[in-house]
Design a protein around this ligand. Structure first.
Ligand SMILES: Nc1ncnc2c1ncn2[C@@H]1O[C@H](COP(=O)(O)OP(=O)(O)OP(=O)(O)O)[C@@H](O)[C@H]1O
Length: 611
């Protein structure tokens, strides 16, 4: 897709698949790289073949080793050679088209990737004579703010030795990276500064740049020792109660460069920095590899860098990668361009973020996305989009209701009939069924419980409390809040696990009643299980069936940033729905133990004794 064609999203509900766009930028040879004796400019190892002639949508980049005459070609989206391309040209063609989307609530990330000394900081920050993408983007944002009445703010932080530090508020504590249940990345503790003019911006950025860790190495006099991230946030004014506020974020990332320590001459702290930089860039390549291979687990948690980029690689942001290249470094350029070419295959699903999200909008977006993935035969990706870093990690009607699961019991004709009536016209009711049905294997029962007749009974059954604000407290919405597995609830064991017999009279046959009670029991057990995962020690977790040492560690790591709210959150660890189901089943089976033990357990008076 050409940059000009990034479709502008209509406000409110529009969404789009957007591939990570990848462009190459070759810096010129520096004066110290030109031999004084010959005073001839060396030949670049990088060239472009048939720019735009074979296909206007991509370019073929050729890398040629002058020593061995090795030769490799890679396809990228665009190419900016050393001769005639200024940062302004890159901005106009590649970054400018992303900016209007911010004003409609869409996030975007631009990141410069490449070996040390390849020109990443020069491209992103620029110089006084040639402003980089950061000031150019801010200038454009400010002029659009003037037209629209929106506000602009900036944050600037660095990831140094695997820790995030605020560069505008140096006394602040370390920044914590968190993700919410919709897969959005949040940085707890990061300050924001309002920006009203370019002079304010320049002053603030210069302050941050001074604080960023930079050092002289054998390969670059001004080598960045950290990944630097500028965040430009745009917020629309909120008019009255009904209007939803729109916020868009543009991340401009100047990554630290890959370093070959046989050549940098690094020692001591420089070597430590270098090790962390290389580790995080290795983690980035692992994420790109996993996304390309459609692996169920994408290792975003291997480094802070990949956590920050989580939303931009396989997430909900638009993303532009600028592969920066030194024309005299063949091996490094092969490394950079091969990773860049692989990144080009990654799709993001761009969703506008509104402070008051509408569930129906999410439903529409998810069904559009699934249809797209199915048309491409990408079933695994479809699963992933329902999981990691996804706006749909909490199930929505169309995703789960369509899955056919083996019923736990044969339901009665009455239950089936009720379930069949529950079609797409009754989205609200199906929302109940789906939320409830995430862990209820028998969808018929879930659907039947979701019908208006049964909502009130479920409400009495449920041990849950509503935590989210309720705008419309009709029966169905109340029930959604009370039985949804995606709400965060305090751990609680119900005093009366089963409802009094009177409350179940209208359930019809004894089988209906039994099915409903089993479902309620399951929801209680599922909540207890989630509470256990959130509070157990490492040793306790390992004791539980199906959880090994590695999984226990992943869970501890995950809950450190955001406690599990539902079993579906385990998808963030890369587990599939089936794996979560198996894990839970194993734990649940353990409750019942041997059949002889069960025989000794008396029936609760309130449950089956009056039948
Ligand atoms: N397009 C360009 N035109 C002129 N000089 C450039 C250009 N790009 C980079 N340079 C120069 O090349 C040197 C290295 O650039 P820069 O510091 O931006 O590299 P980097 O990729 O950020 O390196 P590191 O990863 O070590 O921080 C600097 O002296 C810079 O001024």
């Amino acid at each position: 897709m050409a940059a000009e064609n990034f479709e502008l999203l209509a406000p409110a509900t529009s969404c789009a698949i957007s591939k990570v766009r990848v462009v190459a930028r070759v810096r010129p040879f520096l004066s110290q790289e030109i031999s004084v004796k010959s005073s001839r400019v060396p030949v670049s190892c990088i060239s472009v073949v048939d720019q735009g002639r074979i296909s206007p949508e991509e370019v073929t980049v050729n890398l040629k080793d002058p020593e061995t005459s090795r030769n490799e070609c890679y396809q990228l989206d665009s190419f900016f050679g050393q001769e005639d391309h200024t940062v302004r040209q890159i901005f106009d063609k590649e970054v400018n088209p992303l900016i209007p989307g911010l004003f409609q609530g869409c996030n975007a990330t631009v990141f410069a990737y490449g070996a040390t000394g390849s020109g990443k900081s020069y491209t992103m920050q620029g110089t006084e004579e040639e402003p980089g993408l950061m000031p150019l983007a801010m200038s454009r944002v400010l002029s659009l703010c003037e037209e629209t009445g929106c506000r602009a703010e900036m944050s600037y932080y660095e990831v140094y030795l695997e820790r995030c530090h605020d560069l505008l508020e140096p006394k602040a504590k370390e920044i914590v990276i968190m993700d919410d249940k919709e897969g959005q990345i949040h940085l707890r503790g990061l300050s924001k500064v309002a920006v009203n003019s370019m002079s304010e911006f320049r002053e603030t950025l210069a302050l941050g740049v001074q604080r960023r860790k930079v050092a002289d190495t054998d390969l670059n006099d001004v080598s960045s020792r950290s990944h630097g991230v500028l965040v430009i946030t745009v917020s629309s004014p909120v008019c009255g109660d009904s209007a939803a506020s729109v916020t868009g974020k543009l991340n401009l990332i100047d990554l630290a460069g890959n370093e070959d320590n046989r050549r940098t001459g690094n020692e001591g702290i420089r070597l430590q920095e270098s090790a962390k930089i290389n580790q995080s860039l290795f983690a980035l390549s692992n994420v790109i590899y996993a996304l390309n291979k459609n692996l169920a687990r994408v290792p975003y948690r291997e480094s802070k860098l990949t956590r920050i980029l989580q939303d931009s690689l396989g997430g909900t942001s638009r993303a532009l990668m600028i592969a920066c290249l030194n024309p005299g470094a063949y091996q490094e350029s092969v490394h950079t361009v091969s990773l860049a070419a692989r990144s080009r295959q990654i799709s993001n699903f761009v969703v506008p973020i509104h402070k008051q999200g509408t569930p129906q909008a999410k439903v529409d977006m998810e069904s559009k996305l699934r249809a797209w993935l199915e048309s491409k035969g990408k079933t695994k990706s479809a699963q992933r989009i329902g999981g990691i870093g996804s706006p749909f990690s909490s199930k929505t009607p169309c995703s789960t209701a369509s899955k056919v699961r083996k019923p736990l019991f044969n339901s009665s004709a009455k239950v089936k009939k009720t379930a069949n009536q529950s079609d797409c016209k009754r989205e609200k009711e199906r929302t109940v069924a789906v939320a409830f049905g995430n862990l209820v294997e028998n969808k018929d029962i879930a659907n039947s419980i979701a019908t208006k007749d049964h909502v009130e009974k479920v409400k009495f059954n449920s041990p849950r409390k509503a935590l989210s604000p309720i705008h419309n407290t009709n029966g169905i919405q109340k029930a959604v809040l009370e039985i949804s597995f995606t709400d965060q609830l305090p751990a609680r064991t119900p005093k009366t696990p089963f409802p009094a017999n009177e409350e179940f009279k209208s359930f019809g046959t004894p089988l209906d009643k039994f099915d409903a009670q089993v479902s309620t029991l399951k929801s209680c057990v599922a909540q207890e299980y989630v509470d256990f995962l959130n509070t157990a020690s490492r040793e306790e977790l390992v004791e539980l069936k199906g959880i090994g040492v590695k999984m226990a560690e992943y869970i501890l790591d995950l809950r450190e940033t955001s406690p599990l709210k539902s079993l579906a959150d385990l998808k963030k660890l890369g587990l599939s729905s089936k794996q979560i189901h198996n894990l839970f089943s194993k734990a649940a089976m353990g409750i019942f133990g041997r059949i002889e033990d069960l025989a000794a357990v008396p029936c609760p008076e309130t449950s089956l004794s009056n039948q």
